[in-house]
Write a protein that binds this ligand. Structure first.
Ligand code: AP5
Ligand code: MG
Length: 285
């Protein structure tokens, strides 16, 4: 089975690209946003609940969304594979999806992430809001809230799939056709987890390096001894060299000071005695 998570912020082009990908690869498109909107239109209890979150740009609670998604998957038992558009949006949803797919003896093949700058997203959604009829496209504050929620709550899902070696970012700016081609190239190459396997096999290399390093143990020991001896010698010479420097710099300064003091006191004594002698001489006169 080919199971693709089509990831990206609001307005990245998930729906646009999903429509093309399902045709080419014969997959079933599961867009949680579309399912919620269908329920809102039908006035179902699920729709009413979802509407209270969607209109504010917030995520519908995990338990509700996960149950709904699993039910939709189960409705397509003969599917060749799925494109999950707008799901998972939290780590909890990602874990639940993994567990669910495991029960069906399958797994996520790849996460394709459409990378689009925020300014472009805002432009696209405001433009679509003019005729989409989607309440969450009408208010720039709600659009911003959706982007903020994506950054805070949904971005960690990228790390979840990166850790599995399944994340692949694709530039989501350009013509719809060019982006579609780029996505197809990635899909046709296969999941990046195959590169994860390659890098895992590369990890064997250090073991071979270890062997080389551990083989000449004696020489290594001798070398360390020699190095230690050399270091010891260089330390002592360093100390020896250091001592005279200290002495020569420290003592002359001290001597200078003391000699200066001594000469000062000597001249003072001389002056005093000569004064005394003079005064004595005067007195004597
Ligand atoms: P959802 O319906 O998934 O909306 P979204 O993630 O906000 O994304 P959009 O559907 O608006 O954009 P898109 O990436 O599909 O881009 P599109 O192809 O339409 O979710 C809606 C709400 O439902 C959420 O906010 C949340 O409340 C709730 N919800 C859904 N899933 C949930 C979940 N798992 N957990 C909890 N809550 C959930 O393109 C956008 C516009 O750009 C279009 O006008 C298009 O024509 C145009 N466009 C596309 N590609 C290009 C291009 N290359 N160049 C120029 N314009 C382009
Ligand atoms: Mg969409």
């Amino acid at each position: 089975m080919l199971n693709i998570v089509l990831f990206g912020p609001p307005g990245a082009g998930k729906g646009t690209q999903s429509a093309k990908l399902i045709k080419k690869y014969g997959l079933v498109h599961l867009s949680t946003g579309d399912i919620f909107r269908a329920n809102i239109k039908g006035g179902t209890p699920l729709g009413n609940l979802a509407k209270s979150y969607i209109d504010k740009g917030q995520l519908v609670p995990d338990e509700v969304t996960i149950k709904m998604l699993e039910a939709e998957c189960a409705r397509n038992p003969k599917a060749k594979g799925f494109i999950f558009d707008g799901f998972p949006r939290t780590r909890a949803q990602a874990k639940a999806l993994d567990q669910f797919l495991k029960t069906r003896a399958t797994a996520i093949t790849i996460m394709l992430a459409l990378e689009v700058a925020e300014e472009e997203l805002r432009k696209r959604l405001v433009l679509r809001g003019k005729d989409s009829g989607r309440p969450d496209d009408q208010d720039p504050k709600v659009i911003q809230k959706r982007i903020d929620v994506y950054n805070a709550e949904t971005m960690p899902v990228k790390d979840y799939y990166s850790a599995q070696g399944k994340y692949k970012g694709v530039k989501g700016i350009g013509t719809i056709e060019a982006i579609f081609k780029a996505l197809c190239v990635v899909i046709d190459k296969g999941a990046p987890n195959s590169t994860a396997k390659k890098s895992a096999s590369k990890k064997v290399v250090p073991v071979a390096k270890k062997k080389k390093a551990t083989a000449p143990k004696r020489t290594a020991a001798k070398k360390t001894k020699k190095v230690a001896a050399k270091r010891a010698i260089s330390k002592t010479t360093a100390v020896k060299k250091a001592k005279p420097v200290k002495k020569t710099t420290a003592k002359p300064v001290a001597k200078k000071k003391s000699t200066a003091k001594a000469t000062k006191t000597k001249t003072a004594v001389k002056k005093a005695t000569s004064k005394k002698i003079k005064s004595v001489g005067r007195k004597g006169r």
